[in-house]
Design a protein around this ligand. Structure first.
Ligand SMILES: Cc1cc2nc3c(=O)[nH]c(=O)nc-3n(C[C@H](O)[C@H](O)[C@H](O)COP(=O)(O)OP(=O)(O)OC[C@H]3O[C@@H](n4cnc5c(N)ncnc54)[C@H](O)[C@@H]3O)c2cc1C
Length: 342
């Protein structure tokens, strides 16, 4: 077991509500680490609708979803939150009162006095392409994310897809793979035009191959892929020899491991009380889209409110002997010092 990372609060989910929780906790002197399965902060805002304008954030008449994420990142900067991106929280175990041990799928271990579940609609998980028998190769030679580029050094890599992830990884892995093929079913891409142009330039320079078609089957043994059978768009078939297959077919939201944390669930949501949004387990809070209570609205503004109340109760758990005095950021020099403005 790796050495546990100790923190006051471990926030599961770096969506808008997890991010704002850092601010409310920070004002009350609680240090937070955040874990998110995505490789970036922002949850649904960043992953599902970054360019869409949002019109119902109080006092901000219009802001793009990505703009909101950037503003939140700026607002929480004074509290130096630590992000652990590209990792999924798998287990939560109570090891004290209050103390929790939290583990990720990447082997990271945290010890926190308080756990805040801000897991939204659940974890974003890669969509599995409809290739017969692909499960047998997963995490051995079929990968849905690139955790370490070096894993692919000197290997024959086949990337499938036409979105930003497929194009970005084509550009990043082309220099280190021994051979790289990009396979897509159309000659239209849902990726930044600049990435498409760079990819086409690599094809023209014969540094990578681009094939129009779809994978119909895999060849290999013991989880190690040797080749992909491909049906080209013109109807002909071919085999592409490869050591690694990276399909990028987008993400879907699934409740994921939240269901296994021993918490009471109601219709895949976590019921909470509405004074502090604590769950059935003392010291574990649930805020944002993941919680349920009478009258709940899955809105960003509701989650912000929940984060503020959660922090008040979390303070009593983290600092049982300290009295908490209610203060405004406008008039409290102590809060302003924490924000670096006084
Ligand atoms: C198209 C669209 C438009 C919308 N428009 C509006 C709008 O105009 N106004 C508004 O108020 N709301 C809007 N919403 C809703 C809003 O986006 C959500 O209410 C908000 O994102 C909830 O934030 P959250 O932080 O609770 O969850 P999310 O944004 O879902 O973030 C949760 C994060 O937790 C991570 N996670 C989950 N499980 C784990 C795990 N086990 N380990 C690690 N990480 C995990 C996920 O990867 C995710 O990044 C819209 C939603 C959509 C889809």
């Amino acid at each position: 077991m790796s050495d546990p990372i100790k923190t006051d609060v471990l926030i599961i989910g770096a969506g808008p509500i997890g991010l704002f929780a850092v601010f409310e906790l920070g004002l009350l002197d609680m240090k937070a680490h955040l874990v998110d399965i995505l490789d970036k902060a922002g949850g649904q805002c960043a992953e599902l609708y970054p360019e869409k304008p949002i019109y119902d954030i109080p006092a901000i008449p219009k802001i793009s979803a990505q703009g909101l994420v950037e503003a939140l990142m700026e607002q929480i900067k004074p509290f130096n939150p630590v992000f652990h991106l590209g990792e999924m929280v798998q287990t939560i175990e109570r090891i004290g009162d209050p103390k929790f041990r939290v583990r990720t799928d990447n082997g990271k271990v945290f010890e926190a006095k308080v756990v805040v579940i801000a897991a939204g609609g659940g974890s974003f998980q890669p969509k599995r392409p409809p290739i017969p028998g692909i499960e047998a190769y997963e995490s051995k030679s079929v990968h849905y994310a690139v955790r370490k580029m070096d894993t692919f050094r000197g290997k024959r890599v086949l990337i499938v897809g036409g979105g930003d992830s497929a194009l970005d990884w084509t550009l990043n892995l082309a220099p280190i793979a021994s051979h790289l093929t990009l396979l897509h079913r159309r000659d239209q891409f849902r990726a930044a035009p600049d990435s498409v142009n760079k990819m086409m330039a690599l094809v023209n320079e014969k540094k990578i191959d681009f094939v129009l078609g779809q994978v119909t089957g895999l060849e290999g043994e013991g989880g190690q892929i040797a080749a992909a059978n491909v049906k080209r768009n013109d109807g002909s078939a071919c085999q592409i020899a490869c050591d690694a297959l990276l399909p990028f077919f987008g993400l879907t939201m699934k409740l994921g491991p939240v269901a296994d944390w021993g918490l009471q669930l109601h219709e895949e949501l976590i019921p909470v009380e509405t004074a502090a949004f604590e769950t059935s387990e003392r010291g574990i809070f649930a805020i944002g889209d993941i919680n349920s209570y009478p009258g709940k609205l899955k809105l960003i503004l509701s989650g912000f409110h929940e984060a503020a109340l959660m922090a008040q109760k979390a303070h009593r758990t983290v600092y049982p002997d300290k009295k908490l005095t209610f203060q405004y950021t406008t008039s409290s020099t102590s809060l302003q010092k924490k924000l670096g403005v006084a």
